[in-house]
Ligand binder design. Structure first.
Ligand code: ADP
Length: 193
């Protein structure tokens, strides 16, 4: 099985390009953010607890997202691998993922990173707020906190995966959505060659 991590700051286009990658390589796309929003929409206890953290721009507890990921690995069949989007998001999630995969005799295949500037994060998220109506996209304060959370907790994963020889990056800031998608597809195609 392949285990790709789609990595990048909020607004980098992970969700936008995941479908094309998943289709091309027969992967199941798993977005922890989408799974959490589904819990919120369903009004579950987990959703209620997650909502207050998400609305602040903070991360939900590791155990919550790791449980979702393990359930997905246990239950989803008939794919050639997984495309993880928004997970892992800090160093402990990354080392826990390594352990979860090691138990299965598997490992992370590659990290595909989409890079954009902080300025682009803000303009993309503000545009998306109008289209998707996400509460965590609407407030400047929440966006600022998500940018801070990204730099403090998520960015250190770049070094972690570089050391493991699994880090592949492309620019996702320039050109049209189509241009960016083509860059991402070409990057994944180049991995392992
Ligand atoms: P974005 O890429 O725009 O930040 P996501 O849908 O990936 O959007 O995430 C939305 C929110 O869900 C995050 O700001 C965070 O609060 C929560 N979240 C998603 N994935 C994780 C994770 N792996 N660990 C902790 N919190 C998460």
């Amino acid at each position: 099985m392949k285990y790709y991590i789609l990595f990048g700051p909020p607004g980098a286009g992970k969700g936008t390009h995941a479908g094309a990658l998943a289709q091309k390589y027969n992967l199941k796309h798993i977005s922890t953010g989408e799974l959490l929003r589904a819990e919120i929409a369903a009004g579950t206890e987990l959703g209620r607890e997650a909502k207050s953290l998400i609305d602040k721009g903070a991360l939900v507890p590791d155990s919550v997202v790791e449980g979702m990921i393990e359930t997905a690995f246990d239950t989803i069949k008939n794919v050639e691998g997984f495309l993880l989007d928004g997970f892992p998001r800090n160093l402990s999630q990354a080392s826990d993922l390594d352990a979860i995969l090691a138990k299965r005799g598997e490992e992370v295949t590659a990290v595909v990173a989409l890079m954009i500037s902080d300025e682009t994060i803000r303009t993309r998220i503000k545009g998306r707020a109008i289209i998707e109506g996400r509460a965590d996209d609407a407030s400047d304060e929440t966006i600022s906190n998500r940018i801070k959370t990204y730099h403090a907790q998520t960015e250190p994963l770049i070094e972690y995966y570089k050391k493991a020889g699994k880090y592949y990056e492309c620019n996702a800031d320039l050109g049209t959505i189509e241009d960016n998608r083509n860059r991402v597809l070409a990057l994944v195609e180049s991995i392992g060659k």
